[in-house]
Design a protein around this ligand. Structure first.
Ligand code: FES
Ligand SMILES: [Fe+2]
Length: 421
């Protein structure tokens, strides 16, 4: 199968062709149509760039990006590539600088991306150097359009993207307003390479069902069980998703659903140090877990008091990196900060919960590789129209992701609902 002959095998997106996880041509098309298309991509947090001159390096899809705070306080995002011969301009993860100087031939750029200096512009003793028509003012780092919401930095390559507020929609905005209601403090980072396609991770975070089945820690210690109050909310176009639950609300009858699962729910288990499981109430609502996924590259997390962003960075069709940025609030007392740092161990590459997600992505990726004509079956929670879910035994938000994905990718979609077997 190639990107040209793909026909999506179900009108309700209840099937996902395995080819989309492996085909290099599809991956290239994603870079062009999704990551360089009319999507808004998470680039970082304004709290990481508190002072003028602060910068960070990141990726948008596979394009290296440099995000800076200029002297006037404005945040800019550029392709992190020198306009001379294309060297990566900044190689550090973050820092503070008055200018950005390329290591190769020392061209220097201002914080606003303008080319400031070229060594030996007139050559030496009248020979060499720049040509007479060299127009320094016309050379500028390739700049993205940037918009912020509550200190979250989003960027897009497209001049035709809808305004960020419309792209996110009121459901996502109210969730970001909840999470970023107060000034934040960055607590640290984790990175995780996963040998699998980046969309398998998007599937994972739009899959409330796996949260109470794959993650023994969740189910056993009750941070998240399928028998608790919870559900999934999407934006009007179903491209973003919010999975949420309330710990301590287990329905005894529903709990019976764990009956013959394979040691997922170990009722008798206890931790010697139960502080890992504490939820210090800090939000006005009773929600104790939120996994907010914004198309196409980011996740915002609240698991009890562990708060972070997770950015999805692509490295080819078969590899991705998750970049975790942990934060608390500036008015946290030292005990709360300690608690958040302790609970940061729930996630990251060795996290009590998220360790399994990387493995799940990899075992799907590996096993579907030789089966490119096959497809995944996405029908838990029902087929047909895509709608918000009032419980956690659902994977419907995955279908929402692929509905928008197909629209941007220009794939034809089978007209008969559920036509694929
Ligand atoms: S490639 Fe950057 S100065 Fe030459
Ligand atoms: Fe998970």
């Amino acid at each position: 199968m190639s990107d040209r002959d793909i026909v999506w095998p179900a009108a309700d997106f209840s099937r996902v062709p395995f080819a989309v996880y492996h085909d290099p041509a599809i991956y290239r098309r994603e870079q062009e149509r999704l990551f360089r298309g009319p999507t808004w991509n998470y680039l970082g947090l304004a709290a990481e760039l508190a002072e003028p001159g602060d910068f960070l390096t990141t990726r948008l899809g596979e394009t290296p990006i440099l995000v800076t705070r200029a002297m006037d306080g404005r945040i800019h995002a550029f392709v992190n590539r020198c306009m001379h011969r294309g060297a990566q301009l900044r190689r550090e993860p973050c820092g503070n600088a008055k200018s950005h100087i390329c290591v190769y031939h020392q061209w220097s750029y201002g914080l606003d991306g303008s080319l400031r200096g070229v060594p030996f512009p007139k050559g030496v003793k009248g020979a060499g150097g720049l040509p007479a028509d060299f127009d320094r003012g016309a050379i500028h780092l390739e700049e993205l359009v940037v918009e912020l919401h509550k200190g979250v930095i989003f960027g897009t390559f497209s001049r035709h993207a809808e305004p960020l507020a419309d792209y996110l929609g009121p459901t996502v905005i109210s969730e970001l307003d909840r999470l970023f209601a107060k000034p934040i403090k960055i607590l640290g980072y984790q990175r995780q390479r996963i040998a699998g396609n980046w969309k398998l991770y998007n599937d994972n975070v739009r899959d409330p069902n796996h949260g109470g089945l794959l993650h023994m820690f969740h189910a056993t210690f009750g941070l998240y069980r399928l028998s608790q109050i919870g559900g999934a909310k999407m934006d009007a176009r179903h491209r973003h998703n919010i999975t949420y639950n309330q710990l301590g609300t287990d329905d005894a009858e529903a709990e019976g659903g764990y009956g013959d699962t394979d040691k997922v729910y170990q009722k008798g288990y206890r931790l010697q140090d139960m502080r890992m499981l504490q939820n210090r109430k800090e939000f006005p609502d009773p929600v104790t877990l939120v996994i907010l996924s914004v198309f196409p590259n980011c996740v915002f997390q609240q698991i009890a008091n562990s708060l972070c962003t997770r950015q999805i960075r692509t490295y080819g069709a078969d590899e991705m990196e998750l970049y975790w940025t942990y934060f608390g609030y500036q008015d946290d007392d030292p005990a709360m900060e300690d608690h958040r740092l302790r609970q940061s161990n729930l996630c990251g590459p060795g996290g009590y919960i998220s360790m399994e997600d990387g493995e799940a992505v990899e075992i799907v990726h590996r096993t579907t590789l030789p089966e490119r004509d096959g497809h995944a079956r996405v029908e838990i929670g029902g087929k047909g129209p895509i709608a918000d879910q009032p419980n956690l035994v659902s994977e419907v938000p995955i279908r929402g992701f692929y509905a928008y994905y197909c629209e941007l990718m220009g794939f034809d979609v089978e007209t008969v609902e559920g036509a694929a077997r």
